[in-house]
Design a protein around this ligand. Structure first.
Ligand code: SAH
Ligand code: SF4
Length: 393
C-alpha cells in the first residue's frame, strides 16, 4: 500500500472479502450483504449504517477497512448545474478531482450522466497544455480511491433517482502508468454484483503508453480505448506529449490498430486543438494519412484555457476545416465542446488546487520555452529535451 491506512473496502476483491467474512466466523451470505451495502446506489460510507449485519460484524468491518477512501469532497457547479466538479481529499492529504456531466435527453439519445475520474494524483507525463501535467506527479491511486470517486457521484445521482451512465478515465493522471489498479477498478465497476456498468460505457484514455496498450490487447476487450494523439508528426508530438520521445506516434497508432483488430472495437483518438500549433492544413493531412482506413473515431477538442501556457484554442472555423479534411479521408470525426470551463472542470483540465502559484518569472520562462519548442517543431526539428522523470522506463 502506498498509504498507511486500512484498505478501502470497495477495492477489495470478492474473494478476499469472502475470506474475511469467513474468518469472522460468519456465514457466506454476509459477504453479499456487505457488497450490496457498499455498492447499491453508491453505497454507505459508514459501517454502522449497514443494518442488515450483526453489530459485531459492523464493528469488525469498521476496524479492518475504510468504508470510504475519500475523506472530504467539495463540489463546485458550472454550466448552470450541468457540470459538477468534485475536489476530493484523500487520507494522506493528496487532492484529486472528478467531474460529473449531465446531458439531457435528445432526439435519438437518452439522458446521460458521465463521470470523468482520476487514476493518479498529478501526472508524470507533463503535456504542456494540460493543467494536471503542469502539477507534476503525486502518486498512483489505490483501487478503492479510483472507484470511490464513482461511488461518490453515484450517491449524489441516486439522491435524485438517477444513475451514472458512462465513466471516462480522463481526469488526472495517466491510467496506463497505473494499469494494474485501473484494471482492478474497471473490473469492480463492470461486475454485475458490484457497480455493474457495462464495459461499453467505460472509456480509458492514454497518452500513448505502448506496452500498456499491448497488455490490454492481450487481455481482450475491457473498455473503450481512447488515445490522446494531438499531433501526427513526431517533432510536434514530442513537444505536446513528451512520452512521444519514448514511444513515437507511429508505434502508438500501430499498437492501437492492433488493439482494434484484435478486439473488434473502435479506437477513439483525441486531438486537443491549439491555435497556430497543431491546426495547420499540414497537420490535418498528416492526421488523415495516419488514420486512413482504420476503425477509428476522432474527437477534435478546442483547447481549454490553462494558466501558464502561451496557447489558446483554435478558432471554430479552423477546427471545422480540419474535421472536413478528416471526413473526406473517410475518418469519423466529431468536434467536442468541453464542459465546465468556468469552474476549471473541463475533463482533462483538472489540477487540484495547491499552495501558491509559481513565481511570475518561472511562468514567463516556461511560456517562452514552449513558444520556441513548438516553433522548432513546426519547422520539423525534433526535441532534444530529456524525458520527464518517472515515465517510459
Ligand atoms: N492522461 C490521459 C488521460 C487524462 S487527460 C491522456 O492524456 O489521455 C484526458 C484528455 O484531456 C486527454 O485527451 C488530454 O489530452 C485532454 N486535455 C488535457 N488538457 C487539456 C486542455 N487544456 N484542453 C483540452 N483538452 C485537454
Ligand atoms: Fe498527463 Fe494526460 Fe495531462 Fe498529458 S494530458 S499531462 S498524460 S493527464
Amino acid at each position: 500500500m502506498t498509504i498507511e491506512a486500512s484498505p478501502g473496502v470497495s477495492g477489495v476483491s470478492p474473494d478476499v472479502l469472502a475470506a474475511w467474512v469467513a474468518a469472522q466466523g460468519e456465514p457466506g451470505f454476509r459477504a453479499r450483504q456487505v457488497a450490496d451495502a457498499i455498492w447499491k446506489d453508491g453505497g454507505v460510507t459508514d459501517a454502522a449504517a449497514i443494518r442488515t449485519l450483526p453489530a459485531a460484524l459492523r464493528d469488525a468491518l469498521a476496524t479492518d477497512f475504510r468504508l470510504d477512501t475519500v475523506e472530504d469532497s467539495e463540489i463546485r457547479l458550472g454550466d448552470d448545474g450541468q457540470t459538477e466538479k468534485a475536489l476530493h481529499r484523500l487520507a494522506d492529504g493528496q487532492l484529486i478531482e472528478s467531474v460529473l456531466m449531465h446531458y439531457p435527453a435528445r432526439a435519438g439519445s437518452r439522458e446521460r450522466h458521465t463521470l470523468c475520474i482520476s487514476s493518479q494524483a498529478g501526472c508524470a507525463v507533463g503535456c504542456p497544455f494540460c493543467a494536471t501535467g503542469e502539477l507534476g506527479f503525486g502518486r498512483d491511486l489505490e483501487v478503492a480511491e479510483i472507484v470511490d470517486q464513482v461511488r461518490h457521484a453515484a450517491r449524489r445521482l441516486a439522491a435524485d433517482g438517477k444513475r451514472l451512465t458512462n465513466i471516462v478515465f480522463m481526469g488526472m493522471g495517466e491510467p496506463l502508468l497505473n494499469l494494474d489498479r485501473v484494471l482492478a477498478a474497471v473490473e469492480a465497476l463492470n461486475d454485475p454484483l458490484r457497480f455493474g456498468l457495462g464495459a461499453r460505457h467505460i472509456t480509458v484514455s492514454t497518452s500513448g503508453v505502448v506496452p500498456g496498450i499491448r497488455r490490454l490487447t492481450a487481455l481482450g476487450p475491457q473498455f473503450t480505448l481512447a488515445v490522446s494523439l494531438h499531433a501526427a508528426r513526431d517533432a510536434l508530438r514530442d513537444v505536446l506529449v513528451p512520452l512521444n520521445r519514448r514511444w513515437p506516434v507511429a508505434e502508438v497508432v500501430a499498437a492501437a490498430r492492433e488493439h482494434s483488430v484484435a478486439t473488434g472495437r473502435r479506437i477513439s483518438y483525441e486531438v486537443t486543438m491549439i491555435a497556430g500549433v497543431n491546426d495547420t492544413p499540414e497537420d490535418a493531412e498528416a492526421l488523415a494519412d495516419l488514420l486512413r482506413g482504420d476503425h477509428a473515431h476522432v474527437n477534435l477538442i478546442p483547447m481549454n484555457p490553462v494558466a501558464h501556457t502561451p496557447w489558446t484554442a483554435s478558432p471554430m472555423p479552423v477546427i471545422e476545416s480540419i474535421a472536413a479534411t478528416l471526413r473526406d479521408a473517410g475518418i469519423q470525426t466529431t468536434i467536442r465542446r468541453n464542459r465546465g470551463q468556468e469552474v476549471g472542470a473541463a475533463c482533462g483540465q483538472l489540477a487540484a488546487e495547491r499552495a501558491g502559484e509559481p513565481p511570475a518569472p518561472a511562468v514567463a520562462r516556461r511560456r517562452e520555452r514552449l513558444v520556441t519548442a513548438s516553433a522548432a517543431a513546426l519547422r520539423g526539428e525534433r526535441s532534444e529535451e530529456p524525458m520527464p522523470a518517472g515515465v517510459g522506463e
